[in-house]
Design a protein around this ligand. Structure first.
Ligand code: GLA
Length: 757
């Protein structure tokens, strides 16, 4: 069953959705009853004698139990426990002192803020009568297939929490989600709503890996030991943000590498204000990660009968290092998250006009670029910013989503038909959530931006943020986009967002509801995307926020591709793309080949730029009017190589062999899921003293299989006796390895392996 809580509505309708789901779940077993435990090859089992649930994936087990105080407790998370004799019941941790209660020492699965609990809570509520003490105990459970719903109730009030666990067996991933239901007769104001907690085994010496960055420098791998206290990773900016990404990995002793070591990892599916609290709680040295909506400036009054659903919080475990953790997530995204998960499609080779023309787009110029792009083998032509309203620079036009009549006197359709006649699909840039003060929309509706009445409206890139939490604004934006898609043959939207929130006021609703803006904004953006996709089933969407500022497992349910960074410098991209690949699949990582010198003034050869960009969803963003005949020849060859191995790059397993963070060589290998093809991308950035590039031992091949080797140039140093065209054993390739003659600055090569049948 592929189901999880809808983010589309608050209140009674959401409650109906949830109760509908509960009604469809058939097995309901009260704890303590002596039912038969299910066979141990089912993803969710209840062991009644122990009062525990076992959530089994292919290689990992997650165990939850009800302890003697009737609290829900994490019992185990790690390598698969293969025998039922290996399970234990939940038992609370003894009190350490009167200061450190048993409740706070025990690994609660979903701790409310109340009683003697002092760690990060998952839920904090104030009732209208002033009561702020929330102590959640087990109520009942329902199991169906790979889904377990456990229901908790406050010891005093009819406040319920439904914890929904879904097991993704093959990818070793479990999804947690919570729904808070107010069945009291008074308003319950939720002040913190987290999706859940991931507790790793008790102990010291853990290390945290996470992704930091900024505009033009996203997804940088960052590592540090986890010490007592809290480390908060978060966004308070309204969207996911390039500064921090809602993904984490924790390894033991800081000793895991790409191939070895126990790694616990997780990610939040939410594109608004989020928070991950990594906590090493004294005095027990218990490391846990709590995640969900950011509780900063958060307040959600639940009327009697209403409910609030949290984002999905995913967790996984592997004992095969960070490489396998990433591969599991990539597979999971491809097979469960992305819009094409049921019927995967390859990502087309894309051309984007932005770096070539910036705002100076017109029919003639775009047609000239399209003609050249088609000759290279491009399949999707995307016109970027500048085509609408009075958009000649970034000072005006956002919000006016009508075609600029000077630039396109006959509308867009002549250009689109021309692009289609060249065999390419057409895509268009929008920034739907924004408005320039110099726009017709803002002049008509100055109240549509988020604001505190009478206060300043801070601009960034000369633009303001529309209050997408308002349903009238949502409907207007949906209508405008839907009309554009209905009247033009647009297959692809690049959906941009070029600033973060400021003055998040919503004066039109009662003060007590105004802080809901953070969540409702995101839900409405999701809803627009979902409705557009439903109305235009062939539509694809790219998520962009000045680069990779909005990539997370929430937006990825509704977009096909992500713009990785506005920094297209190929050398910088090696690190950005490496970090991206820790959490996100290469398939969605949009990479363009652009002109040099790049943003930072650096020049790299065209081959190097292509090979960097071919490691994800290849695009070209150069000014093709300036390319030489040699550039065209090389580019055409590279696009054709890419097409011959893109299913392997986009749908295969990635092995990061040499990291750009460690030395001057980078190497990445992709192996197709059927094992028939592998591609090795290798880069050298600044050779010194003629030191050769290290021998590269491949991974993920079959020891005894033979692989035919081909290369795009003469960089492979073939040892005597090895016949590359006839076949070299996987064993040779993985243990002896390959030597490549890369030299000087920004040298690179591609080696392709085909398994001989
Ligand atoms: C953002 C995007 C760019 C481009 C510009 C257009 O910066 O990241 O790719 O679309 O906006 O204004």
């Amino acid at each position: 069953m592929r189901w999880h809580l809808s983010h589309s509505r608050k209140g009674s309708s959401q409650r109906v959705i949830f109760l509908g789901i509960l009604a469809s779940l058939v097995v309901s077993v009260p704890v303590g009853s002596h039912g038969e435990s299910a066979k141990n090859d089912t993803p969710v089992r209840y062991l009644p004698d122990l009062k525990v649930w076992v959530l089994d994936t292919a290689r990992a087990s997650y165990e939850i139990g009800v302890n003697e105080r009737n609290e829900l407790q994490t019992v185990y998370w790690g390598e698969k426990l293969s025998s039922d004799h290996g399970f234990s019941a939940a038992r609370s941790h003894p009190e350490h002192a009167s200061f450190d209660s048993s409740e706070t020492m025990t690994n609660s699965e979903y701790p409310g803020w109340g009683g003697k609990y002092y760690n990060e809570p998952t839920l904090k509520v104030t009732l209208a009568d002033g009561d702020r003490d929330l102590v959640l105990k087990y109520a009942d459970q329902t199991i169906r297939g790979n889904t377990l719903v456990i229901r908790l109730r406050d010891i005093q009030y009819d406040l319920f929490v439904n914890l929904i666990y879904t097991v993704f067996t093959e990818e070793d991933i479990i999804r947690k989600q919570a729904e808070i239901e107010n069945r009291t007769s008074q308003v319950a104001t939720v002040e913190s709503a987290q999706s859940g907690v991931w507790n790793v085994p008790q102990g010291e010496g853990y290390r945290l890996t996470y992704l930091t960055g900024r505009w033009a420098g996203e997804t940088q791998v960052t590592r540090e030991p986890i010490n007592p206290g809290k480390k908060v990773l978060e966004s308070r900016r309204g969207t996911t943000s390039p500064e921090l990404n809602p993904w984490f990995a924790i390894d033991e002793g800081g000793e895991a590498d790409e191939q070895h070591g126990r790694v616990w990892f997780g990610a939040l599916g939410w594109s608004g204000n989020w928070k991950l609290t990594v906590e090493d709680t004294p005095p027990s040295h218990q490391v846990r990660v709590t995640g969900g909506y950011n509780d900063f400036d958060f307040s959600w009054p639940l009327q009697p009968g209403e409910s609030l659903a949290t984002p999905a919080f995913y967790g996984g475990f592997t004992k095969q290092g960070f490489g396998e953790a990433s591969r599991l997530l990539h597979r999971f995204e491809r097979s469960e998250i992305l819009p094409d998960h049921a019927h995967p499609r390859v990502r087309p080779v894309l051309y984007n006009s932005w770096e070539a023309t910036t705002f100076n787009v017109n029919e003639e110029g775009q047609k000239a670029l399209a003609e050249k792009a088609a000759k290279l083998g491009v399949e999707l032509f995307v016109m970027d910013d500048g085509w609408f309203g009075k958009r000649n620079n970034d000072h005006a036009g956002l919000g006016d989503w009508y075609v600029n009549p000077q630039k396109f006197p006959h509308g867009l359709q002549p250009l689109i038909s021309f692009v289609n006649s060249l065999g390419m699909d057409f895509g268009l840039w929008f920034e739907p959530e924004m408005v320039n003060p110099d726009s017709d929309l803002y002049r008509r509706h100055p109240d549509w931006v988020m604001n505190f009445p009478g206060g300043p409206r801070c601009e960034a890139r000369h633009q303001l943020v529309l209050n997408m939490a308002r349903d009238d604004v949502k409907e207007y934006i949906f209508g405008v986009l839907d009309k554009m898609l209905s009247t033009n043959d647009i297959k692809y939207i690049k959906w941009d967002m070029n600033r973060h929130f400021s003055e998040p006021g919503w004066p039109e609703v009662p003060v007590v509801e105004q802080k809901e803006i953070w969540v409702k904004y995101v839900r409405n953006v999701y809803e627009i995307m979902d409705r557009l996709r439903a109305a235009h089933p062939k539509l694809e969407i790219e998520s962009c926020s000045g680069g990779g500022g909005r990539v997370d497992l929430g937006i990825l349910e509704r977009v096909d591709e992500v713009w990785t960074s506005d920094n297209t410098d190929a050398f910088d991209r090696l690190r950005i793309q490496e970090g991206f690949s820790f959490a996100y699949a290469p398939k969605i990582m949009s990479d363009w080949v652009t002109d040099v010198p790049s943003l930072n003034g650096r020049s790299t050869p065209l081959k190097f730029r292509f090979l960097v960009a071919m490691q994800g969803a290849l695009g070209i963003g150069a000014n093709l009017n300036k390319w030489s005949t040699e550039d065209f020849a090389l580019a055409t060859r590279m696009v054709s190589y890419y097409k011959s191995l893109r299913e392997t790059v986009q749908g295969g397993d990635l092995y990061r062999l040499f990291s750009p963070r460690e030395g001057n060589s980078t190497a990445n290998e992709y192996v197709s899921r059927d094992g028939k093809q592998a591609a090795l991308f290798s880069f050298l950035d600044s050779q010194q003293s003629l030191w050769p590039t290290p021998t590269i031992c491949l991974r993920g091949l079959e020891e005894k299989a033979l692989y035919r080797i081909s290369t795009i140039d003469d960089k492979l140093m073939v040892p005597p006796g090895i016949r590359v065209a006839e076949g070299v054993s996987g064993s040779f390739l993985m243990h002896h390895g390959l030597d490549l003659n890369l030299r000087g600055d920004y040298d690179s090569t591609l080696v392709i392996l085909e398994r001989a049948e």
